[in-house]
Design a protein around this ligand. Sequence first.
Ligand SMILES: Nc1ncnc2c1ncn2[C@@H]1O[C@H](COP(=O)(O)OP(=O)(O)OP(=O)(O)O)[C@@H](O)[C@H]1O
Ligand SMILES: [Mg+2]
Length: 261
Amino acid sequence: MGDALIEARDVSVTFGSGSRAVRAVRGVSLHIDQGEAVGIVGESGSGKSTLARVLAGLQRPDSGEVLFEGENIYQRGKAYRGDKRRLVQMVFQDPYGSLNPRIIALSAVSEAVRVHGVGSRADATARSLELLAQMGISERDAKKKPRQLSGGQRQRVSVARALSAQPAVLLADEPTSAIDQSAQAQLLNLFQGLLDGGLSIALVSHDLGVIRYLTQRVYVMKDGEFVESGPTIEVFDNPTQDYTKKLIASIPGRELRKART
Ligand SMILES: Nc1ncnc2c1ncn2[C@@H]1O[C@H](COP(=O)(O)OP(=O)(O)OP(=O)(O)O)[C@@H](O)[C@H]1O
Ligand SMILES: [Mg+2]
């Protein structure tokens, strides 16, 4: 720990122009160290997903830069060239949009295993089924297309797909919003195991119980800016900003937190 694996420096993103301009992210800096889980929280529309997309190299910032292992993620105009593409994976807030509607879950995952790994098709299939099983997706459900799965199942398939690349950094945008408590606990255990193995995670969630359980540090976002950041427990137990206090008071994750403490 200590050396940032991924770092954003003074990043800004504006959508549209003139009187319609939305300054979604305004001069934000953050870092995630190896093996660290960092939370990003804030009300709807505060810029969390936009920031996650910037870290993933999917949204180019108007100003500021993102570094991965100390190097700007954009080289010769493209983000995450070569092997780095595999090392940073994103789970999208809307898994419908990120999964190909014509491809069954198993193929979506094994395709990613094969793109990023070596081994035969049979190995990739076995590895994918194992990953899906870890996510609580049965072999039967693995043969379904996205629209035949529930929202929570789709979400878990997209987590399995992202993890199949064996990334160094997982950018997870609301990965637990559609899944029930037991699947959630399973996913959090899996994440915890991967963190112990050195994975870094940026976790965007409205569920502050999940953030509290998994992350060491948290950034609180409001209108595109960080209003508060620090060790998760300190920020949650002694928030300095009214905005953070209100966010915590409106917790949907209180029950989970109670269950875990
Ligand atoms: N592609 C886009 N074009 C125009 N405006 C956008 C675009 N994407 C996001 N925005 C705007 O940028 C702001 C931040 O959006 P963002 O999706 O990052 O918020 P969020 O914090 O992830 O919200 P939520 O918790 O609801 O997911 C919002 O005002 C949103 O309307
Ligand atoms: Mg969002």
